[in-house]
Write a protein that binds this ligand. Structure first.
Ligand code: C2O
Ligand code: CU
Ligand code: CU
Length: 436
């Protein structure tokens, strides 16, 4: 079971980061966190001892991140899902040494979405994320501000970062002891870094921004009541309309925004988000007073795959293969000094990504591209399901599947693409595209 104890803690809601002297200060640091009563667990965090804040930015804004490495080892600051020039993307080339500070400047040029940030230090990304380096970025735009969706942060709009961890007999995160080359899996769930969490909500529609921030575990979210919920957003923006869903699956790195209507709950019923096999992910406590009861808008966005994009032929082919230490893309492992592909800024290309099964059957690889949001044109030649008809930066590819992506970079630079199972990334299931 992911959740053993019956003692529940109110879910931590990360602070919203305020700019200081014109920039958002973000410091990676190490510390200790009291996850278990009376016990200090050694952890990493941004601007605190564990996990990080939410950075809220708006389309059109000129933004500066002041990144600082307060750790005793090198790290990088990568902005997952952000359209940003390659030199600020925070891939493995952009190392920040202990004690160093670096400014990252860019103009927000993408639609409203829930993104995140985490380190990308070569070979130790999995370990640094596992210890607690992860935060969220909310992008807002004119559309998101006029739709009338629940957007009262920490009241009816909550980030939910799902991560599984394994604590040793001293309640420490001993990554090296539990590390697995096909993905480190833990038996203990944390949501926003809270152990055995519960979330108190009003009897109203509540927006939950789900991030699978785990190294390797997949989650299938559903409600214990059997009720459906509305999915409103994918990784990189709103769906065209709210989609009624009874469950959704997220692989590592993926996000979804959902609306759960707690006014429909019978007052005495317990409601909770469950995972597969009905393990509890997050129980809710519903306060009785009815608050906002506004209907959801019918139309949220105008995303589409154009005829032109459909008519383009494949110009990049990628083959994902292998397991453990032997993971490859196009039969190669990551090399910092090798550019695998080039692409022109502003030009759309079709990337065909094939997950080649190995003799053991292979495994799902969540395939991610830096510095862009892409469109899924087809999966095995068919239109993707409706929940994937929206901007994505990470797509789960099953063994034997072929996915066609329409990929365009708005900026120049060198960007990574890789499996977001973090141990596969560290083991070299990653390549580089240079955009010029
Ligand atoms: Cu979440 Cu290389 O990224
Ligand atoms: Cu990324
Ligand atoms: Cu993988």
């Amino acid at each position: 079971a992911l959740n053993d104890s019956t003692e529940e803690n109110e879910l931590a809601v990360p602070p919203l980061l305020e700019p200081k002297d014109g920039s958002y200060p973000i410091t990676a640091q190490q510390g200790t966190t009291e996850l278990f009563e009376g016990i200090q667990t050694e952890t990493y965090g941004y601007n605190g001892s564990f996990l990080g804040p939410v950075i809220r930015i708006k389309r059109g804004d000129a933004v500066t991140f002041k990144t600082r490495n307060g750790l005793t080892e090198p790290t990088t600051f990568h902005w997952h899902g952000l359209d940003i020039p390659g030199k600020g993307d925070g891939g493995p080339h952009q190392i920040i040494e202990p004690g160093e500070t670096k400014y990252v400047k860019f103009t927000v040029n993408q639609e409203a979405s829930t993104l995140w940030f985490h380190p990308h230090q070569k070979g130790i990304t999995a370990e640094q994320v596992y210890k607690g380096l992860a935060g969220l970025i909310y992008v807002e735009d004119e559309n998101s501000q006029k739709l009338g969706l629940p957007d009262h942060y920490g009241v009816n709009d909550f980030p939910l970062v799902f991560q599984d961890r394994q604590f040793d007999d001293k309640n420490q995160l001993n990554f090296k002891a539990v590390h697995n080359d096909d993905g480190t899996i833990g038996n203990t769930l944390l949501v926003n870094g809270t152990l055995n969490p519960k979330l108190t909500v009003g009897a109203e529609k509540v927006r939950l921004r789900l991030l699978n921030g785990s190294n390797a575990r997949n989650y299938t979210f559903k409600l214990n009541t059997g009720d459906s919920f509305q999915q409103i957003a994918t990784d990189g923006g709103f769906l065209n309309e709210p989609l009624e869903m009874s469950e959704i699956t997220l692989t590592p790195g993926e996000r979804a925004e959902i609306i759960v209507d707690f006014s429909r709950q019978k007052s005495d019923s317990d409601i909770a988000l469950l995972n597969e096999e009905d393990t509890i992910l997050l129980p809710f406590k519903v306060k009785k007073e009815q608050t906002n009861s506004a209907e959801l808008p019918e139309s949220l966005n105008d995303y589409k795959v154009t005829d032109e994009e459909r008519s383009l032929s494949v110009s990049k082919r990628l083959e994902l293969f292998g397991m453990g230490k032997h993971v490859t893309i196009n039969k190669k492992q990551f090399d910092m000094n090798r550019i695998d592909f080039t692409q022109k800024q502003g030009e759309t290309e079709i990337w065909e990504v094939y997950n080649k099964p190995d003799p053991m059957g292979g495994m799902i690889h969540p395939f991610h591209i830096h510095g862009t949001q892409f469109k899924i044109v087809s999966i095995d030649g068919e239109d993707p399901p409706e929940i994937l008809q929206g901007w994505k930066d990470t797509v789960a590819i099953e063994p034997g599947q072929t996915v066609k992506l329409a990929v365009k970079f708005k900026n120049k630079g060198i960007y990574m693409y890789h499996c977001h199972l973090l141990e596969h990334e560290d083991n070299g299931m990653m390549g580089q595209v240079e955009v010029n």
